[in-house]
Design a protein around this ligand. Structure first.
Ligand code: ZN
Length: 150
């Protein structure tokens, strides 16, 4: 149980309970629905790109466990003001961090904020919870409306 308790650090519980950017923007340029049937997480991620390809706004709605909601909350905070390419880069680094293939530190120091979620690497089913919002955002940017972890 100690390991699990470590996974649910305060910052995760805070974002899980009080998610940032939890809303439906009416001017999003892309959106996608993400589904993680294993856990029951269902999120819709909205992205607004400006004319220069910068993520002007990112938001999400849905239902999910503390990990998926916290991850979505932190993700929307992190990608705002970034280029689409940078958002992809952060996704790759975060994914590697969660699966234990890297620590993400080399890519962007801002990814440090997400390191609290890297504990999921010890809980394979939780990796899907943590990465679902990111897969969904990438799907939205790619013009795919649906993504599932299955
Ligand atoms: Zn979950």
């Amino acid at each position: 149980m100690d390991d699990l308790r470590e996974l649910y650090q305060e910052v995760i519980l805070d974002h899980g309970k009080h998610p940032r950017n939890f809303r439906t923007p009416d001017d999003a340029t892309a959106e996608a629905h993400g589904n993680n049937p294993l856990c029951g997480d269902q999120l819709t991620v909205y992205v607004k790109l400006d004319a220069d390809g910068l993520v002007e706004d990112a938001a999400f709605i849905g239902r999910g466990c503390a990990i998926s909601v916290a991850s979505a909350s932190m993700m929307t905070e992190l990608v705002k003001g970034k280029t689409e390419a940078k958002a992809h880069e952060l996704f790759e680094a975060f994914h590697a961090m969660c699966t234990g293939e890297g620590d993400g530190g080399a890519v962007d120091e801002e990814l440090d904020k997400l390191k609290v979620l890297s504990g999921v690497r010890d809980f394979p089913t939780r990796v899907k919870c943590a990465t679902l919002p990111w897969h969904t955002m990438v799907a939205a940017l790619a013009g795919d409306g649906e993504v599932t972890t299955e």
